[in-house]
Design a protein around this ligand. Sequence first.
Ligand code: HEM
Length: 497
Amino acid sequence: MAVLALLDALDLKGFLLFLFAFLLIADYIRNRNPPNYPPGPFTLPFLGNVFNVDAKQPHIYLSKLASVYGDVFSLRLGRDKVVFVNSYKMVKEALVTQAENFADRPYSPMASRIYSGNAGLFFSNGHKWKKQRRFALSTLKNFGVGRNTLELVICEECRFLQEEMESQKGNAFDPASLFNNAVSNIICQLVFGRRFEYSDHAFQTMLRAISEAIYLEGSIWAQLYEAFPAIIKHLPGPHNTIFKNYKDVCSFIRGDLEKHKENLDPSDPKDYIDSFLIEMKENPHDYADGFNEENLILNTMDLFLAGTETTSTTLLWAMVFMIKNPEIQEKVQAEIDRVIGQSRQPSMADKANMPYTNAVIHEIQRMGNIVPLNGLRMAEKDTTLGGYFIPKGTALMTILYSVLFDKNEWETPDNFNPGHFLDENGKFVRREAFMPFSAGKRVCLGEQLARMELFLFFTSLLQKFSFSTEEGTELSVQGAVGTTHIPHPFKMFAKTR
Ligand code: HEM
């Protein structure tokens, strides 16, 4: 009654004003920071800082903020507050020293819609994540990651890739889809037990759909969806493409799963899907362990997505840096000729004898900076970081770009310099600030696989070809940023050596 009386007394304008003031106060109370919370720029009511972040080069914008507010600072992106962590020292403190505190991922409206809750490998948390991560790691190992069996598979794919490049007959071509297909075939062998021809149109279309989704996930549309899901989900826009593309990938995997079920021989698992189906059948599991078909599809999707785009993008950067630095390309080729020669394919055993090539690959990964921001983490309990209070449940973003380009760690952070990974005698040296795979509990699950792929693909390509681009074309080292940092499309020549 009291409310009705109040409404009677106010005209519509007054009511709207009252409502606005009410929402403003509610927004202020909900988003008030606790004492000693990390500082950050002024936030607008309701919107926070969602429109401040430069969507084109967010990592550079965020690192600039660190020079104003310090290495631990905060932003409000719509509904969510995020603490950002900058520099090698502080990122290591968060991911390694406080590994237990920051092992989980926070709630994401977009991931929750794609994965229907706590599922998959990338976005799951707790008991299910631990079980599934362990199972995936041991299964990949069983199928040859870190061993000679997988090396043979990668070497065979290198030959297919070389043949395809030779068939360009010295004409300029865009290597992006070729690299994507070649690299994807390695994870496809591991999870589906088969590879796809470079001429397979349906597979190429799916790879393009994945690249598009990964790119769009870093766009302002995805940020708006994360910030205001209740509104944005009803609007048309590129965010809908993300959901559609992932649905298509899941349908593809579901089709393949059915074939695996028909042909399953429990005494002879041929890939990750077989192994998972056998585990479901033969070992009793709680539902909470995640051994069910829906989770199998989502895990497979994660392995497939994470195992394709990242490594093929790194190979694209390898081409960009080799073309821009022909003297470094020649030094790598000289080492290949000295250690391997031209009569056999490279093998992982060669790596220990090829410090210069190894250093160049590391420098490509550092400068390529393909995951500039990292996956979001969440504080499992109240803690402190850099002297600031981080309440339980706070989302934490470690800026990997700030580690790979940290002025206190790298002699010439902005220049391509393989010397970062060589001592005065030309021996390879590990650098702690080399963190393209992140660190801590959620460090990239495919690191070992990616390292094998990068070494074998890179050395095989430079053993066979010299790479260059059209006269007068200057390739840019500033790529496009979605979830990954990819070179702008370019054409190159692969001249047989
Ligand atoms: C050059 C290649 C690669 C790079 C730079 C890379 C980088 C990363 C990064 C930065 C993360 C986030 C880690 C975190 O949140 O702290 C990640 C996670 C992950 N990566 Fe990779 N990755 C690469 C290749 C691969 C490959 C080949 C696979 C396939 C097996 C893979 C599978 C995954 C998975 C499943 C996760 C989620 C791990 C978890 O949350 O427990 N990655 N990767």
